[in-house]
Design a protein around this ligand. Structure first.
Ligand code: ATP
Ligand code: MG
Ligand code: MG
Ligand code: MG
Length: 562
């Protein structure tokens, strides 16, 4: 009975109520349906059903990585400090990094991502250009001490990632390795049945140039992206810097004082700023007690209003208006992207290098300085006052942009020679001279994908897995007494022998009603009910997603499922 899992003997306890600490649907449902349990903040135990789904996602990832010639390896999660010192990331990572000491006092870390050690591995193993290109990957536990691990396995402090690294001798080679990964990621997410967009991204702590993200639209997502309905422009708002000042200062109505005793709520703040509560902001310029001030959250690249609200001391906060900049021309609405050049803002002479400008201070509540563009910051990097709203013009074609929330499930980078330079990674070239290697790095969140799928596919009754991810193909419910249970087990065995993955609810002393509720909650794609009609050889097939039911003879049901 290799493919048959009996609920009577499975470690599985479903819950009627949402866990108190859960905010997102996937978190609530994965706990309630018995897939995961919280061990500590952002750290989870995968129970039998959850482990099956996690393994299914990992299997699809593995198959598609193998298909592009990736070689699976496993590097340690416990890493020495030195390589991260060499790359500068021991310090750059700040509080995100889990650091620890061994008994001799030597510093170690728990790997948040592995560029350094993969670079060293290839330096050790590859001597000649003939050894390249090579794609290495691992599926491994990663550690990041996230500031807000609040969405279950969507944002863990311990999580599973597939990370791969490509090593090439030429730029064309790197472009090809990147293209292969992009195609593999597309196939992985298609097979898993995820709804996703590929968007331009900024490369963050990795460094490097070309970078794209795979975003799964979902309300629980912590990323905001813009999507053009007319051309193929789509970008994470992290990569789109919109410089905003209201075109019509009077359009924002009277500015009230924020005199709440506590920190302002999202709604209060949104109203004061004249932006939707869903807006994503970076280094927002506001007036606090009449002074123009930049508000930002240290260490965070993206600030949603919720976070911002928590960081603002109760004070008189007003939206800056164009009038505030009457003697400082330059605050215009436009986009400054990572490539920058084709975007309207850059071409605007008012913010050409050398222009006086107001930019953000790095700490909340610090007053803005008058700085010089090109000297103190580069447009598009630090000048990041962002409010992107639906209908804002697409920087490429001008059509009204759609704005949505999404979960970042994958991220691919062309790193170039950043790590090869840091570690002196050369191979002997065809002319017998050393050639510096160029790299790509590619991550996909295996455990996060489980949550992203749950976010996108659940309904009011529970989880609703796409087939490749589902813990089983068929959930057989024995709804009755001994004859039903016997027939259910017999059917399970028959299906199992034919290679169908079966979860069979053979529990005794559990009412049919409870079993039906559990089946909906657990979310296997097809439910086979062996109930009263079973004595006459009739069963019911139910499609979990559509809810459509059909009564039919047992043999016919079995034939259809095999
Ligand atoms: P985020 O913006 O959500 O913090 P990231 O940009 O820091 O993610 P990357 O460094 O690009 O993440 O890592 C590659 C992939 O690893 C991400 O696309 C995501 O799928 C996954 N991942 C990153 N952080 C977490 C986490 N805390 N929990 C679960 N998965 C994660
Ligand atoms: Mg992160
Ligand atoms: Mg990100
Ligand atoms: Mg990323």
């Amino acid at each position: 009975m290799a493919h048959v899992q009996r609920m009577s003997t499975t470690l599985l306890k479903t819950l009627r109520d949402d866990p108190a600490d859960a905010e997102t649907a996937s978190h609530k449902l994965l706990v309630r349906a018995g897939y995961v349990r919280r061990t500590s903040a952002g750290v989870f135990t995968w129970l039998p059903l959850g482990k099956k789904v996690l393994d299914n996602v990992a299997r699809v990832v593995r198959e598609e990585m193998d298909a592009i010639g990736g070689q699976e390896v496993l590097l340690p999660a416990l890493l020495p400090r030195e390589p991260y010192e060499t790359s500068g990331r021991w310090d750059e990572y700040g509080e995100l990094l889990f650091r620890l000491k061994d008994r001799k006092g030597a510093d170690h870390l728990l790997g948040p991502t592995h560029e350094e050690v993969f670079t060293l591995t290839v330096k050790d193993q590859c001597a000649s250009y003939k050894d390249l290109p090579v794609i290495l990957y691992q599926i491994q536990t990663k550690y990041r001490d996230e500031a807000r691990p609040r969405s279950g396995v969507l944002r863990g402090r311990e999580f599973q990632m597939k990370d791969s690294y490509s090593f090439d001798v030429t730029d064309e080679g790197l472009a090809e390795s990147y293209r292969l990964h992009r195609a593999a990621y597309t196939r992985i997410l298609d097979r898993l049945g995820l709804d996703y967009r590929v968007v331009s991204a900024v490369s963050g702590a990795m460094g490097g140039s070309a970078s794209e993200e795979f975003l799964a639209p979902a309300a629980a997502g912590e990323d905001t992206f813009v999507d053009c309905p007319r051309c193929d422009y789509a970008a994470n708002t992290e990569a789109v810097t919109a410089v905003v000042a209201p075109a019509d200062p009077s359009g924002h109505g009277p500015v009230e004082e924020l005199d709440t005793p506590d920190t302002p709520t999202i709604e209060t703040l949104a109203r004061h700023l004249g932006v939707p509560a869903s807006a994503t902001l970076k280094n927002l310029l506001v007036k606090v007690d009449g002074e123009i001030t930049a508000v930002s959250v240290p260490g965070d690249r993206e600030v949603d209003l919720g976070k911002l609200a928590g960081h603002l001391a109760p004070a008189a906060v007003e939206l800056v208006t164009a009038e505030d900049f009457a003697d400082r021309p330059g605050l215009v609405r436009g986009y400054v992207g990572p490539q920058g050049l084709d975007l309207p803002c850059i071409a605007d002479p008012r913010i050409a290098p050398g222009t006086s400008w107001i930019t953000g201070a790095n700490r909340p509540g610090r007053h803005a300085r008058n700085v010089v563009c090109g000297r103190d910051f580069t447009v598009g990097r630090h000048l990041d006052v962002v409010v992107v709203e639906p209908g804002d013009p697409c920087p490429r074609c001008g059509a009204g942009l759609a704005v949505g929330r999404a979960v970042e499930v994958g991220h691919i980078f062309q790193l170039g020679r950043k790590y090869a330079d840091a570690f002196g990674l050369d191979v002997l070239g065809p002319q017998g001279r050393p050639v510096r290697v160029t790299m790509g790095s590619y991550g996909i969140g295996v455990s996060r994908l489980v949550a992203a799928l749950a976010e996108q596919t659940h309904d009011d009754a529970g989880l609703c897995w796409p087939r490749e991810a589902a813990p089983a193909d068929v959930h057989i419910v024995a709804a009755g007494k001994a004859p039903q249970t016997e027939l259910a087990l017999e059917t399970a065995e028959k299906l199992g022998a034919a290679g169908v993955r079966v979860l069979v609810d053979d529990r005794t002393g559990v009412s049919p009603g409870v079993k039906f509720t559990d089946a909906e909650l657990i979310g296997v794609p097809t439910i086979l009910i062996v109930g009263r009609g079973a004595t006459k050889g009739r069963v019911e097939l139910k499609d979990r997603r559509t809810g459509s039911r059909e009564e039919l003879p047992l043999e016919q049901a079995v034939a259809r499922l095999t």
